[in-house]
Ligand binder design. Structure first.
Ligand code: NAP
Length: 334
């Protein structure tokens, strides 16, 4: 299927918050697929916080995006041309070439998704990378135990909303969350089943956490960093564990955030703070999909998605997600 298509490129590296000038919409020719490749018409793509880090020219666990070339990231689409035995025209696949209308890629780099289990967009959220992040963070990084009191920040987002529900399903005795608006707080308590939640804009995090978890916490799942991490360290029981998943409050800062002022508590309270990356836990994917698929099917797990329409609005979706416009997973429908 030769023809032209659109892609979003990195136009310039942002200093601090990205702006519209960070991105550029370009029209390109769709290359003809080689043997072993497929052409996928993308139908939905993900915008994720880690993409902000890739806009900086710094050494990290993934290479930076290059100025003048297309961004990439998880997307789902329909195979429209196939030169591989693995996929036929009409198959739905997950792959890593989002931020464009059409992706041409090796079939080996695509994964089939099952539309019978859930709408396919779920494979970018609750059944995808964010869901696995929540599961691996709880099970491996935090070593969740029966009866633990769990606190998660970013509780209404893609990862955080999964953390709260998985924690309960995996045996937590109390689940507490923080989020950025009264609506998100209600979502956490009324829809996701959190025992308590608070709006971190409404007062000091440490004080609100003390009220939400008066007897302290065993596990903190950190999506935010900054004052949230300091408050969680201050609330932890002896031998408490923190899964350090993300620190989004600092992603657009131009100077490093100060460290928590109470780190000495790690010693006396024998606390563990463990950073982790979901990519190191791909071996859990089968177990995770099996359990989460069953929880979804029997109504024990719920999720929401916030959609923005049109590839040309993908930068708005990304910026909106960084600002907190999303409830659940932020996605772009193409
Ligand atoms: P998300 O929570 O769906 O969306 C980002 C949310 O961050 C926004 O909705 C906003 O919600 C919140 N936020 C933005 N600025 C904030 C601030 N200054 N203080 C507190 N909250 C703020 O995103 P996600 O994909 O689920 O990712 C959540 C975290 O997990 C991120 O830190 C991300 O980097 C991390 N992550 C890590 C891994 C890993 O392998 N370690 C994998 C995936 C994601 P509010 O309205 O509540 O502020």
């Amino acid at each position: 299927m030769a023809g032209s298509a659109r892609e979003i490129r990195l136009a310039a590296r942002p200093e601090g918050w990205p702006t519209a000038d960070t991105f550029e919409l370009a029209t390109v020719d769709v290359p003809a697929p080689r043997d072993g490749q497929v052409v996928v018409r993308n139908t939905v793509m993900s915008v994720d916080p880690y993409m902000r880090g890739r806009m900086n020219d710094v050494e990290s666990y993934v290479p930076p995006f290059e100025v003048g070339t297309a961004l990439d990231g998880a997307a789902i689409g329909e195979v429209v041309e196939s030169r591989s035995d693995r996929y036929a025209v009409g198959d739905t696949v997950l792959h890593g070439l989002g931020w464009r209308d059409y992706a041409v890629l090796d079939a080996a780099h695509a994964t089939r998704v099952d539309p019978a289990v859930a709408p396919v967009s779920a494979y970018l959220g609750i059944l995808g990378m964010p869901g696995l992040t929540a599961y691996a963070g709880l099970v491996r990084a935090a070593e969740l135990r029966d009866g633990d009191v769990v606190f998660v920040s970013g509780a209404a987002g893609a990862v955080g909303s999964a953390v709260g529900q998985f924690a309960r399903l995996l045996g937590a005795s109390r689940v507490v969350g923080s989020a950025g608006s009264p609506e998100k707080v209600r979502y956490a308590t009324d829809e996701l089943g959190f025992d308590a939640a608070f709006d971190y804009h409404a007062g000091p995090v440490a004080q609100q956490l003390r009220e939400a978890a008066p007897d302290g916490i065993d596990v903190y799942f950190d999506n935010v960093g900054g004052d949230h991490l300091e408050a969680a360290i201050g609330a932890m029981h002896r031998h408490g564990r923190a899964a350090i998943c993300g620190m989004i409050s600092g992603y657009n800062e131009t100077t490093p955030q100060p460290a928590p002022r109470n780190l000495a508590r790690l010693i006396g309270w024998r606390l563990t703070l463990r950073g982790f990356l979901v990519r190191d836990h791909a071996d859990l994917r089968g177990e995770f999909l099996d359990r989460a698929g069953r929880w979804l099917a029997d109504g024990q797990l719920s999720y929401r998605e916030t959609f923005v329409d049109g590839l040309e609005h993908a930068p708005d979706a990304f910026l909106g997600m960084m600002r907190g416009d999303n409830i659940g997973k932020m996605l772009v429908r193409l």
